[in-house]
Ligand binder design. Structure first.
Ligand code: PRT
Ligand code: ZN
Length: 284
């Protein structure tokens, strides 16, 4: 039984969604301009859809799983499980107001008209903070609403901030930090659930590998203790003697987040010939 997964047909999430499946070792036949495609080496069928429709298809059981922005999942309020954050499609849903407005705090939003394509998320945010503002739901080009006098503020997705900047707006509140997520139907047949678990296992391995690097370096033996102290490793670093007396080769795995800091500390402690290598899969 094939697992049916829905991904975005075209747009910001399409390429990364295809890439994560490919990195899981799944061969997809070229899906350009197709409604669906099948993997040749994994029991997976891929549907290409508009991102907004994906939660509905998954709730209805037309697709078993989907890859979609968390912002869409929270806005649509469909009955689906969020299984995994995928680390791409990162953005934030924020409130922005005119740069000319002297904004101090949330209370300044009282009485404003806020244009957004996310009335549910923005509405809940206002309610939680006891703000009385009027929400105008519009479906696109939200950033121009203040400029044409349709609204005083907007609730929109932001990544680089250049759209806000070009429209004379300032970001004043962040409601949500979003990224692409893997969602699944609430109930699946036993065999489809098994395929989903296999897929999830592979996605986990790919995600971990993307967040980590393999590092090799040479260390003088009298500095080994300090250097090992800087390297966490999966269990602990591997240490091998070098042919040259008094030196060792140290191998370990380091996390992307504190990568540069670790490298600087290693150098400061006498490490030489540091090599950093990408990891393809990581299974713990
Ligand atoms: O056709 P379909 O309906 O499938 O696509 P779409 O046009 O509705 O969606 P698309 O491809 O624009 O976005 C898909 C998903 O990407 C969103 O649901 C988010 O989860 C995620 N994402 C990440 C973003 C952005 N970053 C983003 N910057 N979605 C939209 N934007 C827009 C934003 O609305 C604003 O207009 O980009 C502009 C702001 O960008 P900056 O860089 O100027 O700040
Ligand atoms: Zn859309």
């Amino acid at each position: 039984m094939k697992l049916r997964i829905a991904i975005q047909k075209a747009g910001r999430l399409h390429e990364d969604s295809v890439r994560i499946l490919r990195d899981c070792g799944i061969d997809l036949n070229n899906g350009a301009n197709k409604l669906k495609t099948e993997a040749s080496n994994f029991p997976l069928e891929v549907f290409f859809l508009r991102d907004d429709d994906i939660p509905q298809y998954v709730e209805d059981g037309v697709a078993d799983a989907g890859i979609v922005g968390e912002n869409i999942v929270l806005e649509r309020q469909k009955q689906v499980h969020v299984l995994e954050r995928l680390g791409f499609g990162r953005c934030r849903l924020s409130i922005a107001v005119s740069r000319t407005l002297n904004y101090h705090s949330l209370a300044d939003l009282n009485g404003l008209r806020i244009a957004t394509s996310y009335p549910v998320i923005v509405g809940k945010f206002l309610e939680k903070n006891h703000i009385r503002a009027e929400i105008h739901e519009i479906s696109g080009s939200v950033e121009i609403a203040p400029g044409i006098g349709l609204a005083d503020a907007i609730g929109d997705l932001v990544s680089s901030g250049s759209t806000l900047f070009m429209n004379g707006l300032q970001e004043v509140e962040t409601i949500l930090a979003s990224e692409a997520v893997l969602i699944a139907a609430k109930s699946l047949s036993v065999d489809r659930d098994l395929v989903l678990k296999k897929l999830l296992f592979r996605i986990n391995a790919v995600r971990k590998a993307r967040n980590n690097k393999y590092i090799l370096l040479n260390a003088p033996n009298d500095k080994l203790k300090q250097i090992i102290g800087l390297l966490p490793g999966m269990k602990s670093p591997t240490v091998l003697p070098l042919a040259e007396e008094g030196w060792s080769s140290v191998h370990s795995v380091v996390n992307e987040d504190d990568f540069w800091e670790i490298i600087e500390n290693l150098k400061a402690n006498g490490a030489q010939g540091i090599l950093v290598v990408p990891i393809e899969k990581m299974i713990l």
